[in-house]
Design a protein around this ligand. Structure first.
Ligand code: FA5
Length: 341
């Protein structure tokens, strides 16, 4: 029996040395020291021994048990320390490591420019009106004095939808009719920013999807002088106080008279360069006095009311301001371009 006790103790110590986690130690403890453990079995079996052997065996078993309990406590402490060291090592923060840079989102250059334009007009008392991108032929053309088969339709090639008479607006001008019909006969001073679509060849100057900002003022005694004053004020805030402007006669069916507004070339200061095609001037918007037919379609009596309107392209304005020579950068989603803006 004494040999058996020694053997149990040897085996127990061997297994204890191999237990490396608290849960393995728990299992070990149950196996050797628990109520159903190996030593309890030995002590329970004492009664079957001859009387004279019992004290020695009992003593040996108790002593072995005490030693094993001591060994268990020591091993438990070792395992706890090892686990703690492991946790410290794995959770350690190296404060000398460089930080991870956070990517910062930016507004798209078209959005930035739209906001800049709208802000300037807001300071002149203009309100912002949101008109739909998907329009009808009636609003995009007919009510703007462009009947079916009118040659002016060829000026803006159109994306039609499968719904007859429904199209993607080619300009923001149909919004003029929507504002007028909503507010007539009140005076109007609004800007209408938004997307436009044209079924045309994409080039360095032209996209098939781009933005415009439309402006519309309607009231009594509105004249061409108001149009000029408003645009001069806008251009000087947008491009700087020294800018020169030129109003050049032009044709849009929804205005009469119609003009195109040119600004002296910001690159060469008007001397003539590649960007201004050696003219010294850059076209920045179309404008004019609202055509009497359009006023009437909007619900205003052209004998009493008059108005002016203009339409500009924020991408082209941004290109001029930042000397960008290709409009395709704006919508090709190249972050190398977008992140510089
Ligand atoms: C018009 O669209 C008229 N509706 C503007 C207008 C409004 C005139 C009110 C009179 C009164 P136009 O086609 O020129 O006009 O376009 C106006 C501006 O939109 C241009 O000056 C240009 O800046 C921009 N634009 C036109 N087509 C494109 C295109 N394909 N890509 C990028 N910008 C464009």
């Amino acid at each position: 029996m004494l040999d058996e006790i020694k053997e149990i103790e040897r085996k127990a110590l061997e297994e204890l040395a191999q237990a490396s986690t608290e849960s393995e130690l728990d299992l070990w403890r149950t196996r050797y020291l628990g109520r159903k453990g190996a030593f309890t079995q030995v002590l329970r079996g004492l009664g079957t021994l001859p009387k004279e052997e019992r004290p020695a065996v009992g003593k040996a078993a108790n002593e072995a048990k005490v030693r094993l309990e001591g060994a268990y406590k020591a091993r438990l402490e070792e395992v706890k320390q090892a686990e703690l060291q492991k946790a410290i090592a794995s959770e350690a923060v190296d404060v000398t490591l460089p930080g991870r840079p956070q990517e910062i989102g930016r507004l798209h250059p078209s959005t930035q420019t739209l906001r800049e334009i709208v802000d300037i007009f807001a300071h002149m008392g203009f309100q912002v009106y949101d008109a739909p991108d998907v329009e009808t032929d009636e609003y995009n053309f007919q009510l703007l004095n462009i009947p079916p088969h009118h040659p002016a339709r060829a000026m803006q090639d159109t994306f039609y939808t499968t719904d007859p008479g429904v199209l993607l607006r080619t300009h923001t001008s149909p919004g003029q009719i929507r504002v007028m019909r909503e507010f007539a006969p009140e005076p109007i001073r609004v800007v209408l920013p938004g997307k436009c679509f044209r079924y045309e060849q994409v080039t360095a100057r032209s996209e098939f999807m781009f933005h415009q900002v439309e402006g519309l003022v309607v009231g009594k005694n509105i004249t061409m002088a108001d149009l000029k004053g408003t645009i001069v004020n806008f251009v000087r805030q947008m491009f700087g106080p020294g800018r020169k402007l030129r109003f050049r006669n032009s044709y849009f069916p929804f205005v009469e008279p119609g003009v195109e507004v040119d600004m002296d070339c910001i690159l060469c200061g008007g001397k003539g360069c590649r960007v201004c095609k050696y003219t010294g001037w850059l076209e920045i918007m179309g404008a004019g006095m609202v055509h009497p037919v359009v006023l009437k379609n909007g619900g205003y009596d052209p004998e009493v009311y008059s108005g002016f309107a203009f339409g500009m392209g924020p991408e082209r304005i941004h290109m001029l301001k930042h000397r960008i020579d290709d409009i395709r950068f704006y919508f090709s989603n190249d972050v190398r371009f977008l992140s510089q803006m």
